[in-house]
Design a protein around this ligand. Sequence first.
Ligand code: SF4
Ligand code: SF4
Ligand code: FES
Length: 212
Amino acid sequence: MKTVSLTIDGKEIKAPQGQSVLWAALDNGIYIPNLCALREKATPDASCRLCWVEVEGESQPVTACTQSVAEGMVVDTKGAMALRLARTALELLLASNVVDCANCPASGACELQKIAAHLGVKLKTKRFRKLLRNLKVDSSSPEFTYDPNKCVLCGRCIWVCRQRLGIGALGFAHRGFNRRMSTFGDEPLAKSACQECRECVDSCPTGALCFK
Ligand code: SF4
Ligand code: SF4
Ligand code: FES
């Protein structure tokens, strides 16, 4: 496979041609915040808006999951504009999410904690008015719980269930502020097409899907 040479945060690396800047950085020990990216996905959703980087020669930051590496490219993951966009995206997410790390089984492995620490943002940020959705927790599955109040709408579980497994038990329902990950007809998981394989739980970056 043909490789290209580029620089990320001053580090010279080689990456396969066609790879995104996000995976090239992560593969070389350089962290870029991300929630919606999955390696298997041919086309990234680019919906979380957290993976901003600055590329020399570009006037605006770009999302690392949609930007392909190129020979001689110079990438800065810590540019002021990129960090400002990522912090705003994170704080907007946190404004509508329950943040209760002390009582959350995902604490310590939650991607939101990692991203907040990386960006220097408080998980209980007060920048935007808190607007919680107060949605019902689904504990109907014998294997796992789904707390939609901790869901960041990354879509990873939906993609895994539908595209990787071909089951399609999960999908997005409703629009705007009411948008949420759900089952067909908003049925409890135990009454849905779910086959309890639990791969969606493994894919969830937050405490929204947790093993019992
Ligand atoms: S446990 Fe498996 S079948 Fe059930 S929703 Fe998750 S990925 Fe789909
Ligand atoms: S339940 Fe988890 S994996 Fe699924 S959309 Fe929400 S945060 Fe993403
Ligand atoms: S990982 Fe790039 S927008 Fe979500």
